[in-house]
Design a protein around this ligand. Structure first.
Ligand code: HEM
Length: 306
């Protein structure tokens, strides 16, 4: 096959960063005349519309940069997203984030349910029927919230199991374990208080059983069940109390504790799986060996250069 002649592109039309460096002594870019069409054609000018479009495309970045200059969040985000994770990190480490995602789903669907739910002993059941039968997508959102609560409880137990079996509760992460235990109690409280809200036969009697179980606890048990029942019998006040706990008290505490939990995860890093062995640290050769004139790994017995 005949060889094709190689095309030589004149240096003057190659942008400076892409130009080949001149040979030593050649005196830089040769003074080559630009091709005639480049001399005559006007430079590429952008129309006003093009410029506006470019500005619109840059707007989100500009806004973020404006906020970041004042808040300095990018340092934190970079630190968090690019932090080192230990060797052997695997799918079990996603259970914490999955629990967090389940909580966010609960929070979002809960806000929409609260727009239609009436926390009154006489109207609660009717408002839930209204959500399920008349509100657009109401049954779907209610279903997500109801099943989501079980999903969150299952995920939180699996996540706790992962941290337990990987020994992540040990020093220096004990405080994060304790925060986790409180989060577990609060999550169970959410599931328990939410169960009463439809105020149907099942939720009414199940809550009586739950309150009585709490009453059997040592020392604080009877006080706790009295507090939950808010009176001698389960009734309208119990529903209001459960609603306040479910809507305001516990979610607020969970958000604050998740913040502390995440702060500690980022600060301390995650634990390596137990089957990953730590690398042996490089230590100086024993003093006796050095005294005997045997060369170690570059360290001298008195700390100076060997
Ligand atoms: C709302 C509930 C919870 C959320 C959203 C949550 C979230 C997370 C996330 C995202 C991580 C980092 C990734 C991972 O290791 O999975 C983590 C780590 C951790 N969590 Fe949780 N968690 C919750 C509940 C719990 C519970 C109930 C416990 C234990 C009783 C716990 C103990 C820990 C510990 C000790 C770590 C550090 C893990 C390590 O160093 O490897 N967490 N959590």
């Amino acid at each position: 096959m005949p060889k094709l002649p190689s095309l030589k592109i004149p240096d003057a039309v190659v942008p400076p960063p892409l130009r080949k460096p001149a040979k030593p002594g050649a005196g830089g870019v040769p003074n080559v005349d630009a091709p005639s069409d480049l001399k005559t054609s006007p430079p590429d000018r952008k129309t006003d519309g093009d410029r506006l479009l470019d500005q619109a495309k840059e707007a989100p970045v500009d806004v973020l940069a404006w906020v970041d200059t004042r808040m300095g969040g990018s340092g934190f985000l970079t630190g968090m997203l690019y932090r080192k994770v230990p060797k052997g990190t695997n799918w079990f480490y996603t259970l914490g984030s999955a629990t967090l995602f389940a909580f966010i789903v609960q929070a979002v669907t809960g806000v929409f349910l609260a727009m239609f739910y009436t926390p009154s002993a006489t109207q609660a059941y009717a408002s839930i029927s209204h959500i399920n039968n008349e509100v657009p997508l109401g049954a779907f959102v209610h279903g997500m919230h109801k099943w989501g609560s079980s999903v969150m409880v299952i995920l939180i137990f699996l996540h706790m199991g992962r941290t337990f079996f990987f020994g992540a509760y040990k020093y220096p992460r004990e405080l994060n374990w304790v925060i986790g235990v409180v989060l577990l109690i609060l999550t169970m409280t959410m599931a328990f208080t939410g169960y009463l809200l439809p105020f149907d036969q099942r939720s009414f009697w199940a809550s009586i059983v739950g309150i009585n179980i709490n009453g059997t606890g040592p020392v604080v048990g009877p006080y706790l069940s009295d507090f939950l029942r808010a009176g001698p019998e389960l009734g309208a006040t119990t529903l209001s109390r459960f609603y306040a706990i479910h809507m305001l008290l516990v979610p607020g505490a969970i958000i604050a504790l998740i913040g502390a939990h995440m702060y500690l995860v980022v600060k301390l890093g995650t634990t390596a799986p137990p089957w990953v062995k730590a690398e042996k640290p490089k230590v100086a050769a024993p003093v006796a060996q050095l005294d005997a004139g045997v060369e170690g790994n570059g360290a001298s017995p008195n700390g100076g250069p060997s």
